[in-house]
Write a protein that binds this ligand. Structure first.
Ligand SMILES: Cc1cc2nc3c(=O)[nH]c(=O)nc-3n(C[C@H](O)[C@H](O)[C@@H](O)COP(=O)(O)OP(=O)(O)OC[C@H]3O[C@@H](n4cnc5c(N)ncnc54)[C@H](O)[C@@H]3O)c2cc1C
Length: 437
């Protein structure tokens, strides 16, 4: 049976999910993704704009990201979609995640301590990180686990002190109670706490609290690596808080990230609730096109090419990390639709001489018009019914600016809304969200 939908979103990360949710307000939507997205590697924080594009983390952090949007250079994804789309994208996120996230009450960036002891300006953070904010004046004890070497709590506490946080931070390393393999996954710790497993005769939450108590010295809050429960994180935090007589928070960790996994679960539940058909496991490999419009995306289903037809398409395959943008020694390309990716012809101009410098490759991606349609080298739209969103876009460096999540939500919202409206017959192919002319 032929596969045919109003809108086909290619890519299952934050941008693809936002596009699919936005489009589902207007049309029938299918989302396809090859592999897992960067959600499970990312910290679970949603950054809108933490630092100015010129200057990166050497510059002062941005306190009010919406005030800074007007200063972004032409071609930046936020410049393309405008501040309203950023707000709408965040509102869509807030609806999807419900009370599991915090930050929607203010336009200001929150300052969240990271596992390295830096302080990150971010727009949305999991509820589990809320008691740890660096703007909170209460003294904090950071607790690391000997087997989880990614989080060196005493070192992180020293870094926070050096960063000038307005409270005293101390760090302690404890052995997680019970017998766990040294290379146990973060989900193993989380499930032990979820189920309050019996660890050598003592329930896990009690055993962990008893291991931490001797290190407490009157601190009113205690931060743990982000392993405090997968199914019942609120319950785990509440039990520990009661036993320690202190607020408990998680410090976002690097990959694999439990807050990222929890966020992915929540977003895919929202897709199901919105009636989006989501499929994972097979790559889109090429397209069928005619007269400047895509007719179908061809998916490789274990060696069998299967066309996925739709009226409108959204490209949300991520950037260089996830191979939404690919490169070899000769060129940089977008592999499915073969969209133009502007880049210097001389490969030596892709990099800065300084390893920690401002590398042009970090901004490589497809160039889009204000309707988010990828543009060919001559500036015209590649296809009338294709839009792009998220990490596949060029013109910004998400890592230096701390803007990855926000760009994905804003452009995903804008691309999905435009695609849904066009497929639903509300607008023509080229109309931008909000423009009904
Ligand atoms: C280690 C790490 C940490 C990060 N931390 C943060 C953070 O703390 N805060 C923040 O805001 N941002 C963070 N980011 C950035 C953020 O994760 C990205 O900017 C993200 O929002 C991009 O989402 P995306 O949906 O565009 O792409 P991705 O998340 O890369 O998803 C792309 C999707 O497309 C699919 N795909 C690719 N090719 C094909 C194909 N041929 N066929 C079908 N599907 C395909 C992939 O399988 C995947 O599902 C981090 C990124 C990384 C790598």
């Amino acid at each position: 049976m032929a596969i045919r939908d109003d809108v086909l979103v290619v890519g299952g990360g934050l941008a693809g999910v936002a596009a699919a949710l936005a489009a589902s307000e207007h049309a029938d939507v299918r989302l396809i993704s090859h592999k897992q997205s960067t959600l499970r590697h990312a910290s679970g924080l949603v950054d809108v704009l933490g630092y100015p594009p010129e200057g990166g983390e050497d510059a002062d952090p941005i306190a009010e990201p919406f005030d800074a949007l007007a200063d972004l250079p032409e071609g930046h994804p936020y410049e393309r979609v405008g501040a309203d789309a950023v707000r709408e994208g965040l509102a869509l996120f807030d609806d999807a995640v419900g009370d599991t996230y915090v930050g929607s009450h203010t336009d200001r960036n929150a300052l969240v301590p990271t596992h390295g002891g830096t302080v990150k300006p971010t727009a949305r953070y999991p509820k589990s990180a809320a008691a740890g904010l660096a703007s909170d004046g209460r003294d904090a004890l950071l607790v690391g686990f000997a087997a989880l070497t990614d989080f060196d709590a005493p070192l992180a506490a020293d870094h926070l002190a050096a960063a000038g946080v307005p409270f005293e931070a101390r760090g302690a390393t404890v052995r997680f109670p019970g017998e766990f393999r040294d290379d146990a996954k973060v989900t193993r710790y989380a499930h032990a706490l979820d189920r309050n497993e019996d660890l050598n005769g003592v329930p896990a939450r009690t055993a962990l609290a008893e291991a931490v108590k001797p290190h407490l010295d009157g601190e009113e809050r205690v931060g743990f690596p982000a392993v405090l429960g997968d199914d019942d994180p609120c319950g785990v935090r509440a039990s520990l808080a009661e036993k320690l007589d202190a607020d408990v928070f998680e410090v976002p960790m690097g990959p694999p990230s439990l807050p990222g996994l929890r966020l992915e679960d929540r977003l895919y539940a929202a897709l199901a609730e919105a009636g989006v058909h989501a499929e994972t496991g097979n790559p889109a490999v090429e397209v069928e096109a005619e007269d400047g419009r895509i007719r179908a995306v061809v998916v490789d289903r274990t060696g069998r090419p299967v066309p996925y037809h739709a009226d409108q398409f959204v490209l949300a395959t991520g950037g260089l990390v996830g191979k939404g943008i690919d490169s070899d020694r000769e060129a940089v390309r977008e592999p499915i639709f073969d969209c133009h990716v502007p880049h210097p012809s001389d490969r030596y101009d892709w990099f800065d001489a300084d390893a920690f410098g401002d590398h042009p490759f970090a901004r490589f991606g497809v160039d889009v018009d204000s309707d988010l349609r990828p543009r060919a080298a001559d500036g015209t739209a590649e296809y009338g019914n294709l839009r792009a969103a998220g990490g596949v876009l060029g013109g910004y460096d998400f890592a230096a600016e701390k803007s990855g999540g926000g760009v994905s939500l804003a452009t995903g919202y804008a691309a999905g809304t435009a695609a849904g409206r066009a497929a639903g017959g509300e607008t023509s192919d080229a109309a931008i969200p909000g423009d009904t002319t």
